[in-house]
Design a protein around this ligand. Structure first.
Ligand SMILES: Nc1ncnc2c1ncn2[C@@H]1O[C@H](COP(=O)(O)OP(=O)(O)OP(=O)(O)O)[C@@H](O)[C@H]1O
Ligand SMILES: [Mg+2]
Length: 222
């Protein structure tokens, strides 16, 4: 499902080179649920951004579902992301002037899901991450950090993606809510055969995934 070959990313910063990702190889089949742990600055977000086509690698190849995304045009990448990828960002990236339910409906609009279905599916997803009928109408500024994180999770699931890239999806949740979200992702990986990569600092959560990888100075190890 996912094949990463000799992937590297070098950032040029103030005349210096920062090797954020260093020769990473990774192969994951459908329905695998894996975690990546590593210190701050080890390259975790960079790796997820590369896999999601949000950033271009310096060298290497990324093949998702048989398609090489490394040389895709920006236009093609937008459609690739909309259809195949569910991204849960470390900083949520919700649209501030849209309500919770509208945020979840937005990705469905991009791929042409009819409006009534968008609404039903969004409500259903928000219910699964524990939202009430009143909360779904609120804009992000009126939601707590953990609630915003759960909207971001619901939004990532909206288009039934083949690959979910989650950057600390439970980072702002209490341990009970974190477990519920984790179980939801796990259920998805098994029932829908969704491949999930989750970056986490929570070793308890990492241990419950099929495989944990350790990223150190841009190098990925099991
Ligand atoms: N746009 C950029 N320009 C220059 N350097 C960058 C850029 N983005 C990230 N870096 C550097 O690349 C390295 C990896 O950063 P990254 O954000 O991937 O770390 P991380 O593992 O996600 O850390 P954290 O746990 O703090 O989120 C760091 O040294 C960072 O400073
Ligand atoms: Mg990060």
């Amino acid at each position: 499902m996912l094949k990463v070959k000799k992937l590297s990313k070098v950032y040029k910063s103030g005349g210096r080179d920062v090797q954020a990702i260093d020769n990473v190889n990774l192969e994951l089949s459908e329905g695998r649920f894996v975690s990546i742990i590593g210190r701050s600055g080890s390259g975790k977000s960079t790796l997820l951004n590369l896999l999601g086509g949000l950033d271009k690698p310096t060298t290497g190849e990324i093949i998702v579902d048989g398609i090489d995304i490394t040389n895709m045009s920006d236009h093609a990448l937008i459609s690739y992301r909309g259809q195949k990828i569910g991204f849960i960002f470390q900083s949520y990236n919700l649209v501030p002037n849209l309500s919770a339910v509208e945020n979840v409906m937005l990705p469905m609009e991009f791929i042409g899901v009819p409006k009534s279905e968008r609404y039903t599916r969004a409500i259903n997803l928000l219910e699964q991450v524990g939202f009430t009928n009143e909360e779904i109408k609120r804009k992000p500024s009126r939601l707590s950090g953990g609630q915003q994180q759960r909207v971001a999770i619901a939004r990532a699931l909206a288009n039934k993606p083949k690959l979910i890239l989650a950057d600390e999806p439970t980072g702002n949740l209490d341990s009970h809510t974190g477990k519920i979200i984790f179980e939801l992702l796990k259920k998805l990986s098994k029932s829908q055969k969704t491949t999930i990569i989750v970056v986490t600092h929570d070793l308890e959560i990492a241990q419950k995934t099929d495989q944990t990888y350790n990223l150190k100075d841009g190098k990925l190890k099991k």
